[in-house]
Design a protein around this ligand. Structure first.
Ligand SMILES: Nc1ncnc2c1ncn2[C@@H]1O[C@H](COP(=O)(O)OP(=O)(O)OP(=O)(O)O)[C@@H](O)[C@H]1O
Ligand SMILES: [Mg+2]
Length: 371
């Protein structure tokens, strides 16, 4: 099921209608629907093999869907050649022409397409400016660093005057530091160009930082389509809740009960009041559920702002500079809690916990859907 909390807009850039794709007997995408707004940065997020590249390649025209249709700017492009679709694509494994300079690499596609010389020069200069690679134009790929090569690969897509840019894990070949740098540059690029961008990644940080909206996929099915904050704070189901967030959301198994006229979450002898939890489905006593709490929504000792107080024992701590991550033993389960980096606890110490239940998530144990 697709959950789209944004209101209806007519400024659709890319529209995917009932798209199915099978490789022989293997169905990768089934009846997928997705509308991407004009100028939107949409991230397709999911683990390896979930069908992200397959979907992107269908949009690009590199794969022919088994069923369904694709519209770009209200034009049905389902049977059009890739070059006629008004898209530019950056691949995960970018192959630059090794014998050509950066400038020639950038202009190659335009020369083949017969674009006039002055227009090519203008576009190459503009692209080199945006990507800050002007000083590299006369070099060959072998004389560039990995990050610089990646910029040229992005540049090859940008020189094309297109409505929609498609990125397939463009940063995954780079080391962590370079990835973080180029991530910021891609964001800046989008702010400057304001084109529609569809960006595939399995990296949740890239998704959270870059996206206007994230479509999170599992086995070819979109699990949730929302802005990053909504995905993070109000995940639709257990899969989304567990996929986003590092360390992962804490999950406690238990059931709902009515005690003293209010609904509580009960696990073993422990109770959590669900006062303040904004539920969309009835919290029926007896229902088996999973309570989800993010590490930063559990307060420790002097941060506990009244309300219900629990006690837990510190198992280990993982100081990470700005933050300290405490792993606690609580109600027979392990929980992680994020506190300030300057606050330290010895293993075995007892701490007081307070949970912000307005930020909690409750899932039905069977359907795994958010209540
Ligand atoms: N040509 C093909 N023939 C058969 N199966 C294929 C083919 N291409 C992809 N698949 C299968 O389709 C599924 C989706 O593949 P896809 O490349 O879209 O995954 P992905 O989400 O991009 O993964 P990754 O993050 O690893 O790139 C996988 O199970 C894959 O094995
Ligand atoms: Mg892929």
């Amino acid at each position: 099921m697709i959950h789209d909390n944004t209101s209806f807009r007519t400024d659709t850039s890319v529209s995917i209608r009932d798209l199915s794709l099978s490789f022989g007997a293997v169905t990768v995408l089934e009846n997928l629907n997705l509308d991407i707004h004009d100028g939107e940065f949409l991230v397709l997020l999911g683990s390896s093999g979930c069908g992200k590249s397959t979907l992107l390649n269908c949009i690009a025209g590199l794969l022919e869907p088994t069923e369904g249709q694709i519209f770009i700017k209200d034009r049905n492009v389902t049977w059009e050649e890739p070059k006629d679709r008004g898209i530019g694509m950056v691949f995960q494994s970018y192959a630059l022409y090794p014998q050509m300079t950066v400038e020639k690499n950038l202009s190659f596609g335009l020369r083949v397409a017969g674009v006039p010389r002055e227009e090519i020069d203008k576009r190459v200069a503009r692209t080199a400016g945006i990507l800050q690679i002007e000083p590299l134009l006369k070099r060959k790929p072998a004389e560039l660093s990995g990050g610089q090569r990646q910029r040229v690969a992005i540049g090859r897509a940008l020189v094309r005057d297109v409505d929609v840019f498609l990125f397939d894990e463009p940063l995954s070949n780079l080391d962590a530091k370079l990835r973080a740098e180029l991530r910021v540059e891609i964001k800046r690029l989008h702010q400057a160009l304001k084109n529609t961008m569809i960006y595939v990644t399995h990296d949740q940080i890239e998704a959270l930082t870059l996206a206007d909206r994230i479509a999170i996929m599992k086995s070819g099915v979109i699990q949730q389509l929302d802005d990053p904050i909504t995905i993070y704070n109000r995940p639709n189901n257990l899969f989304v809740a567990g996929f986003i967030g590092s360390p992962s959301m804490n999950f406690l198994s238990g059931e709902l009960a009515e005690e003293g006229g209010r609904i509580v979450f009960k696990t073993g002898e422990t109770r959590f009041s669900l006062d303040g939890y904004g539920h969309a489905q009835p919290l029926t006593p007896g229902r088996k559920v999973i309570l989800g709490l993010r590490p930063e929504h559990i307060k420790v000792d002097h941060d506990v702002a009244g309300g219900e107080v629990h006690e837990a024992v510190v198992d280990i701590e993982e100081p990470m500079g700005a933050d300290n991550l405490l792993w606690l033993k609580y109600a027979g389960q392990t929980m992680s809690v994020r506190i300030g980096g300057e606050r330290r606890y010895k293993p075995g110490s007892t701490v007081k916990l307070g949970c912000d239940m307005t930020m909690a998530s409750v899932f039905d144990a069977e359907t795994e859907e958010r209540l």
